[in-house]
Design a protein around this ligand. Sequence first.
Ligand code: SAM
Length: 267
Amino acid sequence: MLVYHLPGTFETREAHLDLLWEAGATGLEERAGLIRAYFDTRAELDDDIADGEWRDEVEQDWQAQFKATLRPVLAGRVTIVPPWLRHEVGAGQTALVIEPGMAFGTGHHATTRMAVEALSALDLGGRRVLDVGTGSGVLAIAAALLGAEHATGLDIDPLTIPIATENAEINGVPPGRVAFAEGSLGLGDDTDEVYDVLVANLYAELHDLLAGEYAAALRPGGPLILTGILTGKLALVRAALDREGFGDVTVREDGEWVLVTATAPAQ
Ligand code: SAM
């Protein structure tokens, strides 16, 4: 694989990329201020980009390397795995298969893992669960696999919806038990539906804004699971939960990330 390495500056970057394309580059990549231009054969280069270096590199399959690093993630009664590690799920564990892809939520982030653990600690039998910011669908699918009667996943990013839907199919969750839709709470387009459990892996400022919506969307006493919160922002979330009358607040930390649980106020 023939690669031309060209150090660049912010000012010259655009012009250099144009010149490399014009010289016949088949692909361009930037890493740490260095432009890497892929060529089939050595090309005649404009003087402005002539101070780089041609290198013959061994082809690397970055995707294969990334896949090889993935390990099963234990989260309470659930083990989250990519499809090719399904056989590594231990006896008695519920397998949750997520195809690593474009949407956030492979299980490898501490927040996702803690949220699945918190769901796993509940008795979800017959419960209706709302997952706000569903991404790959991992939390809604976990809820369905843990026995929820129905799980709804909402996300403002429309690209996540087909991905989450496909992940539900991979896990054999029937369409009647899970639904994914573009949207959120508090956008004015949500229904007045009330859920038994609400889980949201977003970020502290958004939890602060949505705390009133969480209270309205949960049945009185219903469990709330919030994560995506950096330790330094915990006070903001605590204050929002106090303001909206949530009780039984618990906090769990994993490195710089926090998961908070609480119960919805009596209406
Ligand atoms: N639920 C998955 C998990 O736990 O791994 C994904 C969480 S990811 C950190 C946050 C997701 O929330 C993203 O997919 C993002 O598009 C979505 N999101 C961001 N703001 C949102 C909002 N206001 N309402 C709903 N979804 C939102």
